[in-house]
Design a protein around this ligand. Structure first.
Ligand SMILES: [Zn+2]
Length: 476
């Protein structure tokens, strides 16, 4: 059994033709290919029409006569390197080391083919003023330069570094490249050939940095690139069920570079994160709109707060036993107590969002009402255990200046002295964390910050879409 050349890369637009594809072609079709190869060989021997994927040496099509008639076979021209693993005459050996080496050869060859083909597509773009493949780039800012797989300058668009990732996981290298190109002001994009079901972690790392976007240079993208005369990629965006939406074709122009970090078509990760945050609050905003303190003396005993409590106890099941304990040991309604605490915190969030003071827990109104409300509530025995919690929230928001008001400082000091403070393991603290992950959930807060998506009301810089804002009650 002899080795055969499994893949031949033809000059575009023909592209790659595997031996299986070649053998499946009608006789007339591969005969035409064979003739075209031979013609090119005569006219321009230095520019072969087809090359071996592994060694890049020129190949031709030999016709073999078999019991099934004439069948085509790729054969290296004599000047191809004789150490090519697909060199005819080398017998297949089942030896593992050889097999692994052979795999490595194939992968390196595919990598090189992808880089060259991507570069060729970019070269066809009239805006392309600089283009290199696997070439050292002298850094502008960083000390050490890099060898991007493909580097392209598209006039009027951006500089791009395109890295082709096939199967090798290399987590530290992924991070290092991101940092490097961020500093250099070069847009970095990772391109895969395919998305397998069981992705190595390195792929997940890249997809995470690209905010839930994967880009493939597959056959569809290649065909589209040839058609459009510029590089096109198949973009796969994460869906909500751990899979991907239907791929769509994109050009580099379609991608979002505005963060100065990894580029993407649509930010799927931040959206999900923001949706998670909003989902914890939506029932509460509805309740505050329906039962404002201006309308009811005891708003938190209104039925409007039942869905709000139901939602938070579903998110944080630890609140159920806590509520029972409130009743059996301290004879108060935990759900109403939690709602009142939530109203204090929503008042802080609301005031921090709009800059206009508005409270959901007392009938105070206008300038100074937030401070007056906080002073009143924290002076009451029921809310003293939450001085740390409330101070934590205030400190994280643009209304942190209230913490410097002598009256509030005094009230907080007194509360800390007179009541044991609840901390992060407490069911109420957990509930509040689910209401305001932007502030109390360290992991999510940090991720939002990394993504430049921490909203201004939580101390960040992002002008994130505000939560559903309940209309002020008619009589306020
Ligand atoms: Zn070869």
């Amino acid at each position: 059994m002899q080795r055969t050349i499994e893949l031949a890369d033809f000059e575009l637009p023909r592209g790659t033709i595997s031996i299986e594809q070649l053998m499946a072609m009608p006789w007339e079709t591969w005969n035409h290919l064979r003739n075209q190869i031979n013609r090119r060989r005569q006219k321009e021997p230095d520019r072969p029409l087809a090359r071996c994927r592994l060694c890049k040496g020129p190949v031709f099509i030999r016709s073999r006569f078999t019991a099934e008639g004439h069948l085509p076979l790729y054969v290296h021209y004599p000047e191809s390197p004789t150490d090519c693993p697909w060199y005819q005459g080398t017998n297949l050996t089942p030896d593992n080391a050889r097999a692994a080496q052979y795999q490595g050869h194939q992968e390196r060859a595919l990598h090189r083919w992808m880089c060259d083909t991507i570069a060729e597509m970019l070269r066809r773009d009239p805006r392309c003023t600089a283009l290199t493949v696997d070439t050292y780039r002298r850094p502008k800012i960083e000390i050490r330069g890099r060898y991007p797989d493909v580097y392209a300058m598209l006039e009027g668009l951006a500089e791009f570094a395109i890295e082709v990732q096939l199967s090798k996981p290399f987590a530290p290298e992924i991070a290092a490249r991101h940092l490097h190109y961020e500093a250099e002001g070069v847009a970095l994009i990772w391109v895969f050939r395919e998305l397998e079901d069981e992705l190595p972690q390195g792929f997940h790392d890249v997809i995470t940095l690209q905010r839930g976007n994967a880009f493939l240079f597959d056959d569809v993208a290649l065909a589209a690139s040839i058609e459009r005369g510029t590089l096109m990629l198949s973009a796969l965006l994460e869906n909500d069920r751990g899979g991907y939406l239907k791929p769509r074709l994109v050009t580099l122009d379609d991608l979002d570079r505005s963060t100065g970090k990894a580029i993407f078509l649509k930010d799927r990760r931040s959206e999900k994160l923001e949706e998670y945050c909003r989902a914890g609050r939506v029932k509460w905003w509805e309740a505050f709109a329906a039962a404002p303190p201006a309308k009811f003396s005891y708003p938190f005993s209104q039925t409007d707060f039942i869905p709000a409590w139901d939602s938070i106890k579903t998110f944080v099941p630890e609140l159920r036993p806590w509520k029972r304990e409130c009743w059996s040991e301290r004879s108060y309604r935990g759900d109403r107590h939690f709602a009142e605490l939530a109203a204090i915190l929503f008042s802080i969030a609301r005031t921090a969002t709009t800059g206009n003071e508005r409270v959901y827990v007392t009938r105070y109104k206008g300038d100074g009402c937030l401070l007056a409300m906080l002073n009143a509530k924290l002076s009451s025995q029921a809310f003293m255990p939450y001085a740390d919690l409330i101070a934590t929230m205030l400190a994280a928001t643009p209304v942190r200046d209230r913490l410097n008001k002598p009256s509030l400082r005094q009230v907080i000091d007194d509360a800390r002295q007179n009541a044991a403070q609840i901390g992060p393991g407490h069911p109420v603290w957990m509930g509040v964390t689910r209401l305001f992950p932007e502030i109390f959930d360290g992991v999510r807060r940090a991720e939002l910050e990394d993504l430049n998506r921490l909203p201004a009301w939580a101390g960040g810089t992002a002008s994130a879409t505000p939560d559903r804002d309940p209309a002020p009650p008619a009589d306020s």
